[in-house]
Every structure is written in structure tokens, then in C-alpha cells.
Design a protein around this ligand. Structure first.
Ligand SMILES: [Zn+2]
Length: 119
């Protein structure tokens, strides 16, 4: 069993995340973030808000009713749908370029596997 903090996995807090494999660790990190957001934790909500700008490149919602409103709005408004889609795609390309994200994932995997640093 390996343990890392939420911060070591690019989250905002010091909660401990456990897992047997890197995949399980990433999955548990994702679960932790979703649970904290569901509880209304400000640190995790702020971290999410830096990625999703509500109404601009995505939508944030608190319950099923709000989610349904957003879906109906997107169904009616083609311009909004296209704009949200384009901006979300731009954000994804900016944040998750394969060469950038691959290095970050490699760092995490090495920490999890306790691989010594290369010169
Ligand atoms: Zn956390």
C-alpha cells in the first residue's frame, strides 16, 4: 500500500491518498476530490474553478435540477453550445498537452514506485 498527499497529486490539501497501484492511487485521488467538492470544501472547489469557468468553458452545478436546466439551455442555444465547446477544448489543450502532462504523470508514477531520480 502506497500513500501520498492530495498536494503531491496536484490537489489543494494534505489528505492522505492510499492505493496499491498507481492506477488505484489516481482513482482514489479523483474520488477524494469529488467527495470534497460534494461536501462543499472551498479549497477543492477553488481548484476546480480554476479549470472550469462556469458558463464560459463549462458549467458547475449543485444538483440534478441545475444540471437539467443547463442541458436544456445548451439544447436550445447552439451558439452557446459551440462557444462552450470551443473554449473547453482550448483549455484542455492548454492544460493537458501530452508532453507536459506525460512528464507530470511520470513524476507521480516514479514517486509511487519509489524509482530513484535520474541525473
Ligand atoms: Zn484534497
Amino acid at each position: 500500500m502506497k500513500t501520498m498527499t492530495c498536494k503531491q497529486l496536484y490537489g489543494p490539501c494534505d489528505a492522505l491518498i492510499h492505493g496499491e497501484t498507481p492506477e488505484e492511487m489516481m482513482e482514489n485521488s479523483k474520488k477524494h476530490a469529488m467527495e470534497m467538492i460534494a461536501k462543499g470544501d472551498e479549497l477543492h472547489i477553488d481548484a476546480m474553478n480554476t479549470i472550469i469557468r462556469n458558463g464560459e468553458n463549462g458549467f458547475l452545478f449543485n444538483n440534478e435540477e441545475e444540471y437539467i436546466k443547463i442541458i436544456k439551455l445548451l439544447k436550445k442555444d447552439k451558439k452557446l453550445r459551440e462557444s462552450i465547446s470551443n473554449l473547453a477544448l482550448k483549455e484542455a489543450y492548454k492544460r493537458y498537452q501530452i508532453n507536459k502532462i506525460a512528464k507530470e504523470y511520470l513524476k507521480i508514477y516514479k514517486k509511487l514506485l519509489f524509482v530513484p531520480k535520474q541525473p
